[in-house]
Design a binder for this molecule. Structure first.
Ligand code: BTN
Length: 246
């Protein structure tokens, strides 16, 4: 494991390690990231010393078209690790967010790059808001972000979460079936009316299905069902009172 006080982004550091030959499963963690990033080039806020920023080098035959499943494995592993070690109930918002209640507690960013001779190389990055106080989040995130501390009212030990996370990751990266099963039990969006931004356009509909490798089956307001691919979903939010009664 590579443990750093400060780095630009643990994903970038993991890429550097990978290109120097780091083995499958190499883990990079940092207390502070100066350029942590999320999907669509957005910046990722991680309070120094109070969050978890972790990336894993994966070399084990992961074709780029399976990136959705790698993201999903990261999300279910994170959700489970947080719940198991901290007692905070978690759900997963397709394609890469871990939620506590209606707010985001963690995010996952899986990346591939074409590296000659290493077609299967991938970096899986995970950021978890652990002991972050509400007022520490940038204002624009405050209504949508939460932390373990905020959810359970007392701090958590980050090392315990990391240990559980690595154990869960190992399990889920080894079994797509387990990922699908675990996701099914934790879906935040299934059966809810949502508004999402797809390739710059707002779309509303009811989520009737989730295919982790592909995308959402969305029943549009005109009654037609449309597949929305995960990689084009820039933002998604569940509309208020949108849970279908069971
Ligand atoms: C997202 O929600 O858009 C994904 C956020 C992923 C953040 C993590 S923190 C560790 C790793 N390093 C990064 O720069 N990003 C990921």
């Amino acid at each position: 494991m590579v443990v750093l006080q400060k780095t630009d982004s643990t994903n970038d550091q993991a890429w550097r390690e990978a290109l120097e030959g780091a083995p499958d499963g190499t883990v990079v963690v940092a207390e502070e990231q100066t350029c942590g990033r999320g999907r669509f080039g957005r910046s990722w806020f991680g309070a120094p010393g109070r969050a978890i920023a972790l990336s894993v080098v994966l070399r084990s035959g992961l074709a780029p078209e399976r990136l959705g499943l790698v993201t999903a494995a990261g999300a279910v592993a994170t959700a489970e690790a947080v719940e198991r070690t901290c007692g905070v109930r978690t759900k997963i918002r397709f394609p890469n967010d871990v939620m506590a209640g209606e707010r985001k507690i963690a995010g996952v960013l899986a990346e591939t790059r074409f590296v000659s001779g290493n077609p299967d190389l991938c970096v899986l990055g995970i950021g978890i808001n652990v002991n972050v106080r509400e007022e520490e989040f940038p204002k624009e995130l405050r209504s949508d972000a939460t932390s373990v501390l905020m959810e359970r009212g007392k701090p958590a030990e980050r090392n315990r979460i990391v240990r559980a996370l690595l154990t869960c990751l190992e399990e889920y990266l080894g079994s797509a079936e387990e990922v699908v099963r675990a996701w099914g039990a934790r879906s935040y969006l299934l059966g809810r009316r949502v508004e999402l931004i797809e390739a710059g356009k707002k779309v509303r509909g009811l989520v009737e299905g989730e295919d982790l490798g592909v995308g959402l089956a969305l029943r549009l307001e005109n009654g037609l069902v449309r597949q929305v691919r995960g990689e084009y979903i820039e933002k998604v939010r569940a509309l208020p009172n949108s849970r279908i009664p069971s």
